[in-house]
Design a protein around this ligand. Structure first.
Ligand code: ARG
Length: 281
């Protein structure tokens, strides 16, 4: 009998536990790029709606295979960005705080999502302030990180605080390529995040460094393909397939990164997380 007394081989990678998620998605049946409201969008470039649908389907199938409860909202012709369901609202404790979009092109999506929330048993809170839902509000444990600078008005941060009854931390985004908070921060679990430092101003960076000393810092390269725009259940982290260094860092920390290719939806300036709205009853 051999007894292994070599404790140095004992791995220090933490064991992560997945938590089942319930999410809302919108099939990109009417996806295209016909206006430009972020630097990623170029109406002169061709888009392939069938390919967008096929890529989106792999994301949907991935969530189903992870055991998620995936709900669908009907896409609406003429609202090509509706696929980015994260912007449809912020849902917590069964309250659905509706979105009020910055750009006129997306404004009809606000009521469309609120109708869905109402029809599905959520307590709809009609917004007064401009906000783009989970694009700019990220729940980390019991704290809401709230982005501003490009889309959501900072006044919406107080509004979400009054509805969610959680501390809300304002973060200022400074790089137009990372115009929503979910393009600059990925929530990994209840205590940790990944982020791109250059997307934030100095005061916001100081907050992030202090609150999340163990955060994953992604490379500019990974961020530049919206690699941070990912969705985690606490163990499985669905990320952009091309975000190779992010993948490596997640694996080293005991997460299970799962790459998905959403190149077509990147033409609209969105990735995995943009296509995913978490529903919290
Ligand atoms: N074309 C959309 C827009 O500019 C993309 C939204 C991406 N969504 C997100 N949650 N980051 O509004």
């Amino acid at each position: 009998m051999t007894i292994n007394t070599d404790t140095t081989t004992v791995s220090e990678i933490p064991v992560r536990t997945p938590v089942k998620r319930t999410v809302l998605m919108c099939k990109p049946e009417f996806f295209t790029v016909v206006y430009r409201i972020n630097p990623w969008m170029d109406p002169a470039l061709p888009t392939n709606t069938a390919l967008a649908v096929a890529q989106w389907q792999t994301l949907y199938d991935t969530y189903v295979s992870l055991g998620f409860d995936v709900h669908l909202i009907d896409p609406i012709d003429g609202l090509p960005d509706m696929v980015y369901a994260a912007n449809g609202g912020f849902v917590i404790d069964n309250h659905a705080y509706g979105a009020k979009f910055t750009h006129v092109q997306r404004q009809p999506e606000g009521p469309a999502y609120m109708d869905w929330f109402g029809a599905n048993g959520f307590d709809v809170r009609v917004p007064i302030e401009t906000n783009e839902g989970e694009g700019d509000f990220l729940l980390v444990g019991d704290v809401i990180l709230a982005g501003t600078g490009f889309r959501s008005d900072s006044n919406s941060h107080a509004e979400v605080a009054s509805i969610a009854a959680r501390p809300v931390i304002t973060l200022n985004l400074v790089n137009p390529n990372f115009y929503h908070l979910d393009t600059a921060i990925a929530v990994l679990d209840d205590t940790n995040i990944a982020y791109l430092p250059s997307a934030f101003d100095e005061p916001s960076l100081a907050i992030l460094r202090e609150r999340y000393p163990d955060a994953v810092i992604v490379t500019e390269e990974d961020a530049a393909i919206l690699g941070l725009n990912s969705y985690s259940d606490g163990y499985n982290v669905v990320i952009a397939a091309r975000a190779k260094d992010f993948e490596r860092q997640l694996r080293a920390r005991g997460y299970n990164p799962i790459g998905v290719d959403l190149s077509e939806l990147l033409l609209g300036g969105g990735g995995v997380k943009c296509c995913t709205l978490e529903l919290r009853r």
